[in-house]
Design a protein around this ligand. Sequence first.
Ligand code: B12
Length: 307
Amino acid sequence: MNKYIEFSIIRDIANELGFQDCGASKAEEVDISFFEKWLNKGYDADMHYMRNYLDKRNNPSLLLEDSKSIISFIVSYNSYNPDNKDNKTYNFASYSHYYDYHKSIKLKFLELINRLQQIYPDFIAIPYVDSAPILEKYWAKTSGLGSIGRNSLLINKEYGSKILIGEIITNYSTDYHISQEEDLCKDCRKCVDACPNGAINNDKTIDSRLCNAYHTIENKGEIPNNINLNSFVFGCDICINACPWNKNTQVTDSKILTLNTNMQVLIDSINNNKAEKSIFNKAKKNSPIERIKFEKLLSNIKESSKH
Ligand code: B12
């Protein structure tokens, strides 16, 4: 039997659950030579896991037998913009002010899949949020959710680039969207000018070796002297905050993400020079900062004070 689902059914449930937008693409092979070029230039720094499972990145059908579609979803994290409120000595990327988005979005996906299975019992889908070798921005773009900006991030005209991406791969076909790729940046180079380390390449990719987000989270070694963290001690929002597409975008009261008030306590304590492990431990529960140790945070703070 032809396994087909009308896209409006997925969209209606997704809207109800709090996703800002969604779109679908046929699950098919992608030419990943651009990705291999990125790896060959060493732009992945020490994130060696980026070199694994190239076959799956190239062919997402390998992630689910009999897969037909990749449905991408975006979640805005624009409801709290620390940049508008206060510019502190030490800043944390704004997505980390919320509880871990990977878990929050995945839970909503499970709810979505469950509801779709009530209508179509043989609907099978695997949810992913930053957790598999999938070119998330590429699929979101192909599904009509936005265009890739100069800083390499997906920009949605309504919600800007302060958005997170997740997707489900399913054995159902649906109505596929048409990529509406547009040059949203034109001559604008604000993100390039704002990045203190020149991490943004001309081909809309990032050299992780120069990116503060890499150095404050993923870099397990020493941060080189030429890197200016410019107040960021976990992740970095500099190129995002410089982007005009984030100035007048819709501010959302997220139904999916929840602010982690313990993070505010941690940030205040650090800005009052009172960093304490017990405060860090409380804030890190179910938080993106779980990815680093307290010692790494202290070392980032030290590095950030250098410039
Ligand atoms: C590795 C990684 C990083 C690395 C490298 C960043 C990078 N841009 O590559 C580091 C640690 C630096 C990082 C930082 C951040 N990250 Co990150 N990261 C990823 C990850 C896991 C892989 C990205 C990747 O594949 N990079 C390799 C390059 C080659 O791929 P690309 O940039 O996607 O490639 C584009 C271009 O090459 C272009 N292209 C050019 N030619 C061609 C030709 C063809 C045929 C095609 C198909 C495409 C193409 O299109 C590609 C796709 O859009 C994704 C999750 C995922 N699985 O995709 C999240 C992801 C990109 N990160 C995300 C976020 C939120 C961030 C930060 C904002 C976090 C923070 N505040 O600190 C910063 C932003 C820095 C920046 N400007 O990118 C979000 C971005 C959401 C969005 N709006 O786009 C993602 C999608 C995670 C998610 N699930 O939401 N990240």
